[in-house]
Write a protein that binds this ligand. Structure first.
Ligand SMILES: *Cc1c(COP(=O)(O)O)cnc(C)c1O
Length: 716
């Protein structure tokens, strides 16, 4: 790193007394410290909202008088000094979990590769759960002090913004992101030119520059092909997430895998462990093998060395979801590269050969499986499914002996926990609870929180969600001229205190967003019951090329628009991390209805549980492990029916039964002071049992102990 300039793109002229606000804006540490966010918010709350919580735009545009005002506000300054010293301490502390327990392997670095990162709503480099998981993973690696560097893409057009037409059709809008409005740091050489790496694509060399985002203590490097020297088409190669065009996809994956290794080398990193989060980055293993072959090793030797230091996490429980390329495409892109590996064409294809109905392909997860020593799925059930699915790669082994383990996904506590709850937990879980969030005994303290206090915070979070939705609905009507029924569909008629269910995630058909709408007559009776109203909030994007996903949104939207539901069914546009935070903190019940076993893990329900929201889900992914009979509700049991329609019918019946007979009565059963005592006791059971287990801290420690350290040389 020392060789290059790393430059922020803004020099704010701030009053001296508070000038660290500029520096803070360039480290995403502030995103998981809600108190620290208020350093900006308190200067001008409207502007903070107007710029979607983007401190860079905020600082560039805030009135000087408002900045000056806080420099004489002692309360603010005290708060500022405390936050800044916490930040300094965080960045320099030597007593992290890693340093305390594993410092003997301190100088070995872990490289983490992913195509998407969900870090904050201002950085639209994620499509859904996979990205949020990667973002949470590196935040936690920072908290634990792990020596990790991360690699991904700077998508100059990001993922799309979603609008829903009056008829429920999803429209995708792309904007071009402006670097100087984002907390990205440009890496330049001493002539002030961007540092670039290059990869060979058919008939040409393509360059990519490197951006850096500082995530606490972790550097995240992002590749971007929009540079001088590339053709105008090549400049767009990394502009969008998940194009469906094959040439585009393979080019992106070459830039990430091959280019990513070159970028780390160029920046002076020499990772000893390489973690591929999903198979998109698996070409990184070939590039490391190529390096060794060029130094005189045989491919077999190189492969063994590379494999011994590589880890692969699979997230896909269905073969159809796999990332693979037809062989003619591989010939087009890799005919020269395979020579550098010392391989003949058939030997090269054999690395990842996969038979599918229409012929043979080169499969990225197969390549990843073959090139990594340790492999895992993302929940117990998914591990099992993955062992079965990939058994054919180890034909002489029984299913249980297939070398794929599992580490169940978790969520980053600081990112997803509501500020008020953080304060409340702080009062009852003991001084150092944030240091020990994965210790079950810490969470026993939840039982000591008085019901009224917990309920007061929950009511606050429910109000916050409803007011936020009304504001959005108002703006749609004011500025976008939508039809009034769309204003209602956006939540204008919601009641902050009614029982509210949330369903928000990507609209892939297997997630069955419309399962709860299967019997509308029965649902409407439940929703409109006098004195016991029920509200359901839907949100989510479909992949722009996923027609069935878009039809699913349309089907949901059409039902949401019906007058018969009294405005109690709602669809919110443009699900992102900001909306996700409002929802997982502000609803009462988190609904998830995947068709088993397709939900490899799921994480949004874990975010909800942390905030005292009760899960109501199919027993799949993480919930199959988390549910204990008292900490939420299951939909159906673990019976799998052959006929998908029968499965849907059985699951829907169970859903309505539990909702009608258990959930609704429990929520509306009130004790003195209008407190739902029984509900709160379930809520406490949920927080107590789920928060310590389904958190990123537990997860990243497992990756460290069971995977990273296993493959490090220094381990004793
Ligand atoms: C957490 C999260 C997801 C993942 O949700 P699942 O229900 O686990 O699929 C997707 N999108 C956003 C914006 C999230 O915050």
């Amino acid at each position: 790193m020392e060789n290059y300039q790393t430059e922020t793109l803004n020099h704010f002229s701030l009053p001296k007394r508070i000038n660290h606000l500029g520096e803070l804006a360039y480290n995403l540490w502030w995103t998981w410290h809600p108190d620290v966010q208020r350093l900006y918010k308190r200067i001008d709350v409207d502007l903070w909202e107007k710029y979607d919580h983007n401190p860079i735009l905020f600082l560039r545009n805030v009135e000087r008088a408002k900045l000056n005002a806080v420099t004489t506000d002692n309360h603010y300054l005290e708060f500022y000094d405390r936050a800044m010293s916490a930040f300094d301490q965080y960045m320099t502390r030597k007593d992290t979990w890693y340093e305390k327990n594993h410092s003997h392997i301190m100088d070995e670095e872990i490289a983490y590769f992913s195509t998407e990162y969900g870090l904050h709503e201002t950085l639209p480099f994620y499509a859904g759960g996979l990205g949020v998981l990667s973002g949470d993973h590196i935040k936690e690696a920072s908290d634990l002090g792990l020596p990790l560097v991360a690699m991904g893409f700077f998508y100059t057009r990001g993922y799309f913004t979603q609008k829903i037409s009056e008829d429920g059709w999803q429209e995708a809008h792309y904007v071009r992101l402006k670097f100087d409005e984002l907390p990205v740091i440009s890496i330049k050489d001493d002539q002030d030119n961007p540092v670039t790496i290059s990869v060979d694509l058919p008939g040409r060399e393509v360059l990519a520059r490197i951006w850096k985002i500082q995530v606490g203590r972790i550097p995240l490097y992002l590749l971007d092909s929009n540079v001088d020297g590339n053709t105008s088409e090549d400049r767009e190669l990394t502009s969008r997430l998940y194009g469906s065009d094959l040439d585009l996809r393979i080019s992106q994956e070459i830039i990430l895998g091959v280019g990513g290794v070159r970028a780390l080398r160029k920046l002076g990193h020499d990772p000893s462990i390489w973690h591929m989060n999903e198979g998109h980055s698996a070409f990184l293993a070939l590039e490391r093998a190529r390096e060794l072959v060029s130094e005189g090793r045989t491919f077999e030797e190189a492969k063994a060395i590379v494999k011994g230091k590589t880890i692969f996490t699979t997230h896909t429980p269905v073969p159809a979801g796999s990332d693979e390329f037809p062989l003619w495409l591989m010939d087009k892109y890799f005919s020269q590269y395979q020579e550098k590996l010392g391989l003949e064409r058939e030997e090269f294809i054999d690395l990842a050969r996969h038979e599918v109905s229409w012929g043979e392909t080169f499969s990225m997860p197969v390549l990843a499986m073959r090139m990594s020593e340790l492999k895992n799925g993302v929940s117990e059930k998914h591990g099992k499914v993955a062992r079965k699915m990939w058994n054919y790669l180890w034909p002489d082994r029984k299913v249980d002996e297939v070398p794929i383990s599992h580490i169940t996904n978790g969520v980053h506590t600081g990112t997803w926990l509501a500020r008020r709850l953080r304060h409340l937990y702080g009062r009852y879980l003991g001084q150092d609870w944030l240091e020990r969030i994965d210790a079950p005994e810490v969470w026993e303290g939840v039982e000591a929180i008085p019901d009224e206090e917990l309920w007061t915070v929950r009511r606050h979070l429910k109000r916050k969600l409803v007011f936020y939705m009304r504001e959005r609905a108002r703006n749609q009507w004011l500025y976008e001229g939508v039809h009034p029924v769309q204003v209602v569909a956006s939540g204008a008629l919601l009641d902050p205190y009614a029982l509210t269910l949330g369903f928000a995630r990507r609209f892939a058909t297997y997630k069955r967003a419309d399962l709860i709408l299967r019997d509308m007559d029965r649902l409407l009776k439940l929703v409109n019951k006098p004195n016991m109203p029920v509200q359901i909030i839907f949100a989510g994007k479909a992949h722009p090329a996923d027609k069935p996903g878009k039809l699913l949104i349309q089907n949901v939207y059409r039902k949401v628009k019906q007058a018969e539901n009294g405005g109690r069914l709602v669809f919110l546009e443009d699900y992102d991390m900001n909306l996700a935070r409002y929802l997982v903190q502000g609803v009462d019940v988190w609904l998830n209805t995947p068709r088993r076993p397709n939900e490899a893990s799921g994480t949004s329900g874990e975010k909800a549980a942390l905030n005292g929201v009760l899960n109501f889900s199919i027993l799949d992914g993480w919930w199959r492990e988390g549910y204990n009979g008292q900490n939420g509700w299951a939909i159906g049991d673990e019976t799998d029916y052959e006929d998908p329609d029968l499965q849907d019918q059985k699951d829907a019946e169970s859903l309505y039964d539990v909702l009608e007979n258990e959930i609704i009565p429990l929520y509306y059963q009130r004790s003195a002071g209008n407190i739902p005592t029984e509900w709160i006791s379930r809520m406490k059971e949920s927080i107590r049992t789920l928060a310590p287990t389904f958190c990123m801290r537990r997860m990243v420690k497992e990756y460290a102990k069971d995977m990273y350290f296993e493959l490090m040389d220094g381990t004793v």
